[in-house]
Ligand binder design. Structure first.
Ligand SMILES: C[S@@+](CC[C@H](N)C(=O)[O-])C[C@H]1O[C@@H](n2cnc3c(N)ncnc32)[C@H](O)[C@@H]1O
Length: 233
């Protein structure tokens, strides 16, 4: 399905429901993603100033979108996500009133225009590895000549022994951040499920290069997440 979304924000029971979902998701990002501030700050620091156009892929509750709006209030932002619930959450946020939100799979065609920035956070590991290079090539083609691709995502090491160490440390992080054992077990289960489709640092760096980006930066990396920035020229 592909549609621009205009939800009625005043329908009160719906409104309460989706606001509580927003809180449940947004308030947990810190607990789930170690040093999430640094991760998101790194992404946002590459957003240029001025009336630029930005496409955000897999925008979810609009957690990163709100940060983009705060960093550049002049930006014209289009978001894509395939989850109606996530989009409803984003639509509850007053700061996103001017953002166009499209409900569709990010692998389907986007609005036919060029963007100064295409950004995505914590989304591409949900895309099967086989589809990722095709998607990266489309991102390259959809950028204006001086455009930038900003991608913050979950990564994996290339050895299972190292992965076991990182998982232990991640569980400790989540526990110290107040998550229950049941909650952190679910996160580990989800990571293990996504593991085969996750990128290693060199693997993702090379894919972005192969998609056509001549310059690729990795301004931030921790044990399980990294930020990559591809320059179109
Ligand atoms: C973990 S959330 C991240 C949301 C947001 N970018 C953030 O950083 O908080 C992943 C989002 O990607 C969306 N997503 C995953 N696969 C997708 C696909 N193939 N097409 C569109 N959206 C997708 C999900 O619906 C979800 O909202």
């Amino acid at each position: 399905m592909k549609r621009d979304v205009m939800y009625n924000k005043s329908a009160s029971s719906d409104h309460e429901h989706y606001l509580s979902m927003v809180l449940a998701y947004d308030n947990r990002i810190d607990a789930i993603l170690p040093m999430s501030d640094r991760f998101f700050d790194s992404c946002i620091s590459f957003i240029p100033e001025g009336p630029i156009s930005i496409l955000e892929l897999g925008s979810g509750t609009g957690y990163a979108t709100s940060k983009i709006c705060a960093a550049n209030p002049q930006a014209l932002i289009t978001c894509i996500d395939h989850s109606p619930d996530m989009i409803r959450c984003a639509s509850q946020k007053p700061e996103l009133n001017a953002v166009a939100i499209i409900e569709q799979d990010i692998r389907d065609p986007w609005p036919a225009t060029k963007y100064d920035v295409i950004m995505t956070t914590l989304c591409l590991h949900h895309i099967p590895e086989k589809d990722r290079l095709v998607l990266l090539k489309r991102i390259y083609e959809a950028l204006s000549p001086n455009g930038k691709f900003i991608c913050g995502d979950i990564i994996r090491p290339d050895s299972l022994e190292v992965e076991a160490i990182y998982q232990d440390r991640w569980v400790s992080w989540m526990s110290q951040a107040g998550m229950t054992t049941e909650e952190s077990d679910k996160m580990i289960h989800s990571r293990n499920e996504n593991f085969p489709d996750m990128e290693t640092v060199p693997g993702f760096y090379n894919k972005i290069k192969d998609a056509g980006f001549p310059r690729v930066l990795m301004p931030y990396k921790n044990e399980i997440a990294a930020v990559f920035v591809g320059y179109r020229s």
